[in-house]
Design a protein. Structure first.
Ligand code: ATP
Ligand code: MG
Length: 426
């Protein structure tokens, strides 16, 4: 047995968790401004919740599922994405009921699991922040949601993200385009990768998503979905573009973009950035107007996105943004002797209960080593607690930077630390 983390997983240590918190806090604050509420769904679902909704022939379902049978022979999968579970919860909890609350806006953060080949920005357990907006087919909802992702990147201080935009249109537009693509690719079949030859039969739009050189070459003269849009599809897409223009959000139209999931229609988008010369998608989403019905709810249009947290963190690290400072100590208590050991415990508890950050020595170290620890923890003030301090009930509070000292009783420390701090010269 190897006592090491499983392939494709990561530990986040306290220092790097600060950046995670920065990302999470910024997302929460941004989403609140748009009236989003948090939803938390289970980390695992019945296999069927994911398989058909995400798409039986998508890579996520055919290759990447972390599924297993539990002790009750139930077919379970760790969730590979957040939208299907949220839609399942939306329907199961009848969140569609109160008309007056529409649209219903939900966000989530958490682990997702995909059995992928681990590499930079590609893990087996990774984390997403995602949002889903239910109940509006207005193109303004598409644009509001895209604008919210855009606002988040601005809040985070991430520059150089590019918005890529496409539409998949209505299902009849998509069917017409699908046929045109089949007609175009079938004579070129032998030039396609093995995966794409299979996709051509099962799910031809997926060929557009291929990263293989030979597929990209074969696609050079392929028809564009934009030439197959019906009236309704064209109108929705042109309104989305006009609204983005009105908000001053730049985008490029990428007619070859399809998403890794099958449930989308109309608008789809990705925010891309480059990390060390490679293009990475850090946020992706779109409109999905049929999924709520598929889960047994009423016809409910919806729009959402998922954002890969590890990839955003890669960018934040590269751009050296969002490294929150470690929390400094307000007070460090140096401890000498058996009796002081007892009193010190009550002392730091008393100070912490007043809302301050306090720490003490537990290891019975020499005073010099304790002061070193106080420096390491960036303690603002230090108290040394020995037999004499305990018996006289008096301590000296010392400013660790200026060396200025103020006398205080143990009761004052535990009852009103603020009053002691006021006695220090500014
Ligand atoms: P890709 O084409 O890169 O495989 P995808 O289409 O599978 O992406 P989505 O399912 O749309 O990705 O997931 C949304 C976001 O989640 C991605 O843009 C990416 O930032 C992140 N993501 C997806 N898979 C992984 C992974 N294995 N490890 C880390 N982040 C991931
Ligand atoms: Mg993928």
């Amino acid at each position: 047995m190897r006592l090491q983390k499983p392939k494709g997983t990561q530990d986040s240590l306290p220092q790097s968790s600060l950046r995670w918190q920065y990302l999470e806090d910024t997302a929460r604050r941004t989403f609140e401004r748009y009236r989003y509420g948090e939803i938390r769904t289970p980390m695992f679902e019945h296999y069927e919740v994911i398989s058909r909704s995400v798409g039986d022939t998508t890579d996520i379902v055919t290759k990447e599922m972390y599924d297993f049978y539990d002790k009750g022979e139930r077919h379970i999968t760790l969730r590979p994405e957040g939208t299907a579970p949220v839609v399942r919860a939306y329907v199961e909890n009848k969140l569609f009921a109160p008309e007056v609350q529409k649209p219903v806006k939900l966000y989530y953060m958490g682990s997702m699991f995909r059995y992928e080949r681990p590499q930079a920005g590609r893990l087996r357990e990774f984390h997403q922040i995602g949002v889903e907006c239910f109940g509006s087919k207005n193109p303004a909802t598409d644009v509001e949601t895209i604008a919210m992702a855009h606002a988040l990147f601005q809040e985070l201080g991430i520059d150089d993200v590019t918005l890529h935009l496409n539409t998949l249109g209505t299902s009849s537009s998509r069917a017409a385009y699908r046929q045109a693509l089949i007609d175009y690719l079938t004579p070129l079949k032998d030039q396609l990768s093995a995966d794409s030859q299979r996709r051509l039969v099962e799910n031809p739009l997926r060929v557009l998503d291929s990263k293989e050189k030979e597929d990209k070459a074969a696609l050079v003269g392929a028809p564009s979905i934009l030439d197959y849009l019906d009236e309704e599809s064209q109108q929705h897409f042109s309104q989305v573009r006009q609204m983005l223009d009105a908000l001053g959000i730049a985008y490029v139209i990428d007619p070859n973009m399809v998403r890794g999931l099958d449930y989308y229609n109309h608008t789809i988008f990705e925010f891309m950035t480059s990390v060390e010369g490679t293009e990475l998608t850090i946020c992706a989403g779109g409109r999905y107007d049929q999924l709520v019905e598929y889960f047994g709810g009423p016809q409910t249009p919806a729009f959402g996105f998922g954002l890969g947290m590890e990839r955003v963190l890669l960018v934040l690290e590269k751009q050296d943004k969002g490294a929150k400072k470690e929390v400094p100590l307000d007070l460090y208590v140096a401890v000498l002797g058996e009796e002081a050991n007892f009193v010190a415990l009550a002392l730091v508890e008393g100070v912490r209960n007043q809302g301050y950050v306090a720490e003490r020595d537990y290891l019975g170290r020499k005073l010099k080593a304790q002061f070193k620890a106080a420096d390491q923890f960036k303690a603002r003030y230090i108290v040394t607690l020995g037999e004499e301090e305990v018996s006289t009930n008096q301590v000296v509070v010392k400013d660790n930077a200026t060396r200025q000292e103020v006398k205080a009783s143990l009761e004052e420390l535990m009852g009103n630390f603020a009053a002691i701090l006021e006695k220090f010269e500014a």
